[in-house]
Structures are given as structure tokens and as C-alpha cells.
Ligand binder design. Structure first.
Ligand code: SF4
Length: 346
């Protein structure tokens, strides 16, 4: 059996789990190709205008899946205790049914970690029955999926790169393990350090973000939200009057606060998209926190009409400003130095 897995949205954070899960069940997972113009255009035709860019891309990727027996669209209600996914995640698969090519069945399962591991396993077993797999098979597949996911998450803090390692994730767990050693980037001393903050399916989606990550990496060391481990995220959530209950927003806020307080980070770019409700709150909180600590901060909002020229201009201006600040702002004039020296003491 061949299952189609769209290369969008939950793909960027949870593909290692699903890949491990299905490979243990001896089911082939086929992903849609990297985003290109036609995928984007197909997506725009199938969902309402006011939805966010990542959902439009998901609609396009669903239509790009060819020669598959079913399309897998999980309903990721909650991925950790006490949090929920964004409401647009919860509306999947129903909200995306108009994008599914006629004749191809949709395979779905509800994943709700708020209800605990036992319930998640039970729901996966229902999916397993549809696939003709027994309970013991599903338990094994669940364990392997979790193992792959853990390896992926553990390696995030070491600078592991999702995009570079994609072929490895897509093949075997062994390769995931070995790739961790190969891809830890070497930091060049003196280079700017910029944090790119935002949803993984935007910051690591080169077509949608107009190659922002690659452009940035040419000029600076880049830190991503996904490179901050959960413990650090949680450490930076204090001080909020109310808990953030969307899991992605919580991760972005916690990691963003860490970057703001980290003296080694020279500047922060928040990458958002039109129509994202959670970003509208988190971005405001991070922006005011950056202002208080005088951390250079820029917000970029994308949609399907965003153009490269505008992005490049803003990016270059921001990096110039950060570099200038880094090189010149801590500079104490010779006059000042003399005033403080012994020979010129006042
Ligand atoms: S969190 Fe924002 S960008 Fe992500 S699916 Fe929800 S609305 Fe869209």
C-alpha cells in the first residue's frame, strides 16, 4: 500500500513520527514534491481566501499527490499535555476535502495527547484496523514512530537541519542517527547571529518564505525555534499572566524569549503570515519584549503575493543595521578612553 503524505504543515514537525509508524507497518509513504508555483496556485483555488498561507499550501500539496492508494491527513488536536493545536489544524481533514482529488480515499486519525498516551494508542489502533493491521503491530509501529520523533527532536538542539536531512528521514532510522553527526554547522566566529522565529512550516518552507532561510544563512549564523529544546522553552514562559495553550505558539514564544535574552543573538526576525491568529498575539508580545531589551527586531509577514524584491531589501537593511550596531554601538571614543585612563583622571 502507498500512502500519500502532503509536504506541508504537520509534515515539518511530525513527519519523523508518521514515517516511522508507517514503515513499521510495511506501508510505503510517498510525499508530494517540494512546493512550486503550480502547487501554490492549485492550493489557492481550493480554500477560502481568508485562510492562512500554510493551509493554502497544504491544499496544493494534497492535489500534487499522484499514484497513491490513500491520502493521509491526521487531525492533530494536541501534541503535548495541556496544549491544543491551532483551530485550523483541528479542522483537518474536513476543511481540506475539497482539495482531495476525486476517487482517492482520505485516511485520518485523531491525535490528542491531552487525553493521554493510552487514548492516542487506542485511536491509532482504529486506524490500524482500517489498514488491516493487528493491535500488536500498531503498538510496535507506535513505539518506532516515537523513537524516530524523539531522535529528530533531540537532535534539533544540536543544529540539525530538517531540510538537509529530509532524504535521511524519509528513508531509514539508521540514517537519521548518522546524519546527526554530519550536519552540525560550524559557527564562524565574528559572524552575525540571527534568530528566525516562526512556524516551522514557514521558516523551513523555501518556496513560501522566498528562500529567506538560505539568504539569511549566507550572511549570518541562524538559530531557529526548532533548535531550542522543550526545557529551555518552558524556562522562558514565566511572567505570562495566562498560559499559552496553542502548542506552536508556546514553542515560538518560549524560544523567542530565549533569543531576546541571549546576548549572543544579534537580532530577531519574526516570520509570520497573513491570517494567523496565534501569531498576531505572540508577535506582539515578543516585539514589546525585544523593545524593552533593545534587541533589534523585524517582522516579516508573508502571503501568496509576497515578492522577492521587497523581502531582500528589508532583509539587507535589517542586517546592515544589526551589523552597524554590533560593530559601532559598543564603541567608546578615544576621548572617553583618555578621560578614564590614569594619566587623564579627572
Ligand atoms: S498557527 Fe497560524 S499559520 Fe499555523 S495553521 Fe494556524 S493560523 Fe495557520
Amino acid at each position: 500500500m502507498k500512502i500519500g503524505f502532503p509536504r506541508a504543515l504537520f509534515y515539518y514537525d511530525y513527519f519523523p513520527f508518521w514515517s516511522g509508524f508507517f514503515s513499521a507497518l510495511d506501508i510505503k509513504v510517498v510525499t508530494s514534491p517540494p512546493t512550486h508555483r503550480q502547487i501554490m496556485e492549485q492550493g489557492l483555488r481550493r480554500v477560502s481566501d481568508d485562510t492562512c498561507l500554510p493551509i493554502k499550501l497544504l491544499a496544493g500539496h494534497i492535489q500534487a499527490l499522484e499514484d497513491v492508494d490513500a491520502i493521509f491527513l491526521p487531525r492533530m488536536v494536541s501534541v503535548e499535555a495541556n496544549t491544543y493545536s491551532c483551530p485550523k489544524f483541528l479542522g483537518i481533514p474536513e476543511s481540506l476535502l475539497p482539495a482531495v482529488p476525486p476517487g482517492i480515499p482520505v485516511l485520518t486519525v485523531t491525535v490528542n495527547w491531552r487525553k493521554g498516551k493510552r487514548q492516542v494508542l487506542k485511536d491509532l489502533q482504529v486506524l490500524g484496523l482500517q489498514l488491516g493491521k493487528g493491535r500488536a503491530d500498531i503498538r510496535k509501529a507506535f513505539t518506532l514512530g516515537q523513537e524516530w520523533q524523539k531522535r529528530y527532536q533531540d537532535s534539533n538542539g544540536s543544529g540539525w537541519d530538517f531540510e538537509k536531512n529530509l532524504p535521511q528521514i524519509e528513508s531509514t532510522a539508521k540514517r537519521i542517527a548518522s546524519s546527526q553527526k554530519d550536519t552540525v554547522p560550524l559557527n564562524e566566529p565574528g559572524r552575525l547571529r540571527i534568530a528566525l522565529v516562526g512556524h516551522s512550516y514557514l521558516t523551513q518552507e523555501p518556496y513560501a518564505n522566498l528562500n529567506l532561510l538560505r539568504r539569511l544563512r549566507k550572511k549570518a549564523e541562524v538559530e531557529l525555534v526548532q533548535n531550542v529544546n522543550l526545557e529551555e522553552v518552558n524556562n522562558h514562559l514565566s511572567g505570562l499572566r495566562k498560559k499559552i495553550f496553542w502548542n506552536h505558539a508556546k514553542q515560538i514564544f518560549g524560544a523567542g524569549k530565549k533569543f531576546i535574552t541571549d546576548p549572543d543573538i544579534d537580532g530577531i526576525i519574526y516570520l509570520s503570515c497573513f491570517g494567523c491568529g496565534t501569531d498576531s498575539i505572540v508577535q506582539g508580545l515578543l516585539a514589546s519584549s525585544a523593545r524593552e531589551t533593545h534587541k533589534p527586531y523585524m517582522m516579516i509577514t508573508l502571503d501568496e503575493h509576497s515578492g522577492e524584491a521587497g523581502l531582500v531589501t528589508r532583509l539587507e537593511a535589517f542586517l546592515d543595521m544589526v551589523e552597524r550596531r554590533k560593530v559601532h554601538e559598543g564603541y567608546v571614543s578615544a576621548h572617553g578612553e583618555h578621560l578614564d585612563s590614569d594619566s587623564n583622571s579627572l
